[in-house]
Design a protein. Structure first.
Length: 276
């Protein structure tokens, strides 16, 4: 009880005087749909994202497609409201003189500081004011850049028209799909081939990691997969591991995609679409 009373006394002593307790204060006037750039600064690590067309890309310190869901979660701070607001002065008192995390949404800076005793609300400075927000907004900010990469191999709008494995090809021809060479007495229907292609388009990796090796250091014994996309372009994958899980390296980005064993088996073998 004495500890609780002491904590409450500290909170009351340090509690800033609010300008008005009768309303909720909108933290920002920005609209998420209009945002074009994000930058997260944390302990010397800077993560930069940019919206290109309708999609978000990670630019620094690694490059790749961003996870749209996680970007949306970061932008939720724009609609956050605070029960109290007060001038951004005496920043050291709120751990905002040297904030642990800074978030730039376009040119708008959000600085995340310390926490209010008892309520666990976090001090967040923006546009000359300090707001009290739930800590979840800070937890949305990735600690490592790879945490913001999309777990999908294919971006929205990327449509494969060809897969070339070491011993088999699956290609779109004359409005349909063909596999060559076919297994004796094990032909696949168009629906089965389409289902297999869709399994590639919709596959989510269970985990991502960055390769520490250059493509020419991986070794000649590794199998590759060449995927051709509609409209030109494509991607080159290297099979780093098949069991107990499938690990694919996307050569152009240096990102490793890890899939559970059963999903990996289906991706590598079109005949699994027919239960084979």
């Amino acid at each position: 009880m004495l500890a609780a009373v002491a904590s409450l006394a500290v909170w009351v002593y340090f509690k800033p005087k609010p300008q008005n307790d009768s309303q909720e204060y909108r933290v920002s006037s920005q609209v998420a749909e209009n945002v074009q750039g994000l930058r997260i600064e944390r302990q010397g690590v800077e993560i930069v994202l940019q919206k290109i067309g309708e999609n978000w890309d990670l630019l620094e310190p690694i490059q790749g497609r961003a996870d749209e869901i996680k970007v949306g979660q970061i932008l939720e701070v724009l609609t956050a409201t605070s029960p109290r607001r007060f001038p951004a002065i005496d920043l050291e008192r709120f751990d905002l003189l040297h904030p642990a995390v800074r978030l730039y949404i376009d040119k708008d800076l959000f600085s995340f500081g310390g926490f209010v005793p008892i309520t666990n609300e976090q001090y967040v400075a923006n546009n000359g004011s300090i707001h009290l927000l739930a800590p979840r907004y800070a937890t949305m900010l990735a600690r490592q850049p790879i945490d913001l990469l999309s777990p999908r191999l294919f971006a929205q709008g990327e449509i494969p028209i060809g897969f070339e494995f070491e011993k088999v090809k699956v290609m779109e021809r004359d409005g349909g799909w063909r596999i060559a060479p076919e297994k004796p007495k094990a032909s696949l229907t168009q629906n089965e081939l389409i289902h297999w292609v869709q399994s590639w388009q919709q596959a989510y990796a269970a985990g991502l990691s960055l390769s520490t090796e250059r493509p020419n250091q991986i070794g000649d014994g590794k199998q590759g997969i060449k995927i051709t996309l509609r409209g030109g372009g494509g991607m080159q994958l290297t099979i780093l591991q098949q069991q107990p899980e499938l690990v694919l390296l996307r050569v152009d980005t240096g990102v490793r995609y890890r899939f559970p064993g059963e999903i990996g088996r289906r991706l590598l073998d079109p005949y699994t679409a027919a239960g084979g």
